[in-house]
Design a protein around this ligand. Structure first.
Ligand code: G3P
Length: 240
């Protein structure tokens, strides 16, 4: 399983990549806006220069037909050929463009906004490189739809989690059953519980915000940090 960062903040990626644990980045227009990077392609180019990163996802305009997305995909790939994964929407135009980019140009693709196993099947058929399943947005929607009883908020939460688990497990099993080389990427990750859930289901990649990446170094009870302090204290009498 690989760990990617989901951000357009280049400095945050540099810091995290220094650990040697991050192998890719996913971006989108919302994240570019949040990071105040209207110069989207320049930001993508800076991400590509960070050592240790194998893959940088760059999103094409969502309102184009397949031909337009295909042409924009070629331009985006040219920023750093082979390292870019062209992010395309989960719709007929996006999937057709993905299939053409792969077949004609060997360009990597990432299908975004995937919410169901059937959509993942379509993406596998198009031979995309990554299938981005949006865990956080799926959870929000399911919780909203099923109502959150303020007296029992955990019921809506457990239902949402079980649905997400079922989706991800199905996607992973379809991939194996049909011999697809597409990688299941857990996106829209909101906290450490999503990381555990995605890993439980056997996804290939988890793309998380930098805050979540740093958060998972700790355990919720603070035992790791306490343990380090205690070892340091007990080390005091050691002479070598
Ligand atoms: O990669 C997709 C991700 O950025 C979406 O996250 O938090 O907007 O649902 P979010």
């Amino acid at each position: 399983m690989k760990m990617f960062l989901d951000t357009c903040n280049v400095e945050a990626v540099r810091n995290a990549a220094d650990t040697g644990l991050i192998s890719g980045v996913t971006t989108n227009p919302t994240l570019a806006k949040k990071a105040n990077r209207p110069d989207y392609r320049k930001m993508i180019s800076e991400m590509c220069d960070i050592s240790g990163l194998e893959s940088v996802s760059a999103q094409a305009r969502e309102d184009q037909n397949a031909d337009g997305m295909f042409r924009e995909g070629i331009e985006l790939d040219a920023i750093f050929p082979g390292k870019i994964a062209v992010k395309l929407p989960m719709n007929p135009h996006g999937l057709t463009a993905a299939k053409l980019l792969r077949r004609k140009k060997e360009i990597h693709t990432n299908i975004t906004l995937t919410f169901t196993p059937n959509q993942a099947l379509l993406a596998m058929e198009a031979k995309v490189t990554f299938i981005s399943y949006f865990m956080g947005r799926q959870e929000d929607k399911i919780r909203e739809k099923h109502g959150e009883d303020p007296k029992a908020p955990s019921e809506a939460e457990s239902y949402a989690i079980s649905e997400i688990r079922r989706d991800l497990e199905r996607m992973v099993s379809y991939k194996e059953r049909y011999g697809s080389e597409s990688k299941i990427l857990a996106a829209s990750v909101r906290d450490f519980t999503h990381v555990t859930l995605a890993a439980d289901c056997g996804v290939d990649v988890i793309s998380m915000p930098p805050e979540v990446f740093w958060d998972i170094f700790s355990d919720p009870l603070g035992l790791t940090e306490d343990g380090i302090k205690r070892f340091l204290k007990d080390r005091e009498p050691l002479t070598s």
